[in-house]
Design a protein around this ligand. Structure first.
Ligand code: PGA
Length: 245
């Protein structure tokens, strides 16, 4: 099944289009289970969700959310932890009940247990209705790096040097970027009923090209999305290989 692709003029339009679809889904199902992502790409979309919440009153009171991943070793209070990012970028500005927002813990002693618990928690909620994803320049989704099995559940991973370099901009130096992360697996992600993949910027163009080639391989994790029945790829012109410039 070919991926449904929506090309936006620029980052602003991209963020608005994704937010509009999310708002529509939340209004259709106020008890929706969202899968959420961190990184630079979804920031504009979160800003639009907040604006809509304030202006139009879209409510998150009965929404539950599951984040994709977290750095191993960072407590929730660390400025670069994904829990901190989510609170700061979205949760603190809408009426969601924080108790219904889940981010894998990066500061536990027993990661095996944390992975199993997280997977069970998602299952207990009957799975994710709508999952937002970004893509790494190397094709990762969540922190599922190239070579990750398509059967993987929530697990811990060693981050690739390219991922640590991509994310070093958020830290004082590359040495401070954690070397491991805990992430939903590819199978976990693929079980979501609907997926929105959001991609922006010139540096993602090669990844978009690979994704849209339709070739499915564990060497390029995002390619698995070609096997999912309900994916929409939102991409801006800067990241879209055949857009005229
Ligand atoms: P980015 O990250 O939005 O910061 O580019 C995307 C990702 O690595 O999944």
């Amino acid at each position: 099944m070919a991926l449904n692709v929506i090309v936006a003029k620029d980052y602003q339009e991209l963020s608005q289009k994704v937010a509009d679809l999310m708002i529509e889904r939340i209004r259709q199902n106020p008890e929706i289970k969202l899968g959420l992502a961190t990184g630079s790409t979804p920031v504009g979309m979160y800003r639009n969700l907040i604006e809509d919440h304030k202006k139009n009153g879209t409510s998150y009171k009965n929404v539950t959310s599951f984040n994709l991943d977290e750095y191993v070793g960072l407590p929730e209070t660390h400025l670069q932890s994904y829990r901190y990012f989510m609170n700061d970028t979205l949760f603190d500005h809408i009426d969601i009940n924080k108790e219904n927002t889940y981010v894998p813990r990066g500061d536990v002693d027993d990661f095996e247990k944390e992975c199993v618990d997280y997977e069970n928690l998602i299952e207990k909620h009957d799975g994710i209705d709508l999952q937002v994803l970004g893509i790494g320049t190397n094709g990762h989704i969540g922190f599922n790096e190239p070579g990750t099995s398509f059967d993987s559940k929530t697990h811990t991973v060693e981050l690739k040097p390219s991922t640590r370099e991509d994310n070093a901009r958020f830290f004082a130096s590359i040495d401070e970027v954690p070397t491991r992360a805990i992430t939903m697996g590819i199978d976990t992600i693929m079980k979501s009923k609907e997926i929105l993949l959001v991609i922006s910027g010139e540096n993602k163009k090669e990844a978009v090209e690979k994704l849209l080639s339709g070739e499915v391989s564990e060497d390029f994790p995002a390619s698995v999305l070609n096997n999912h029945p309900n994916v929409t790829v939102f991409v801006d012109e800067a990241a879209y290989p055949s857009a005229n410039k």
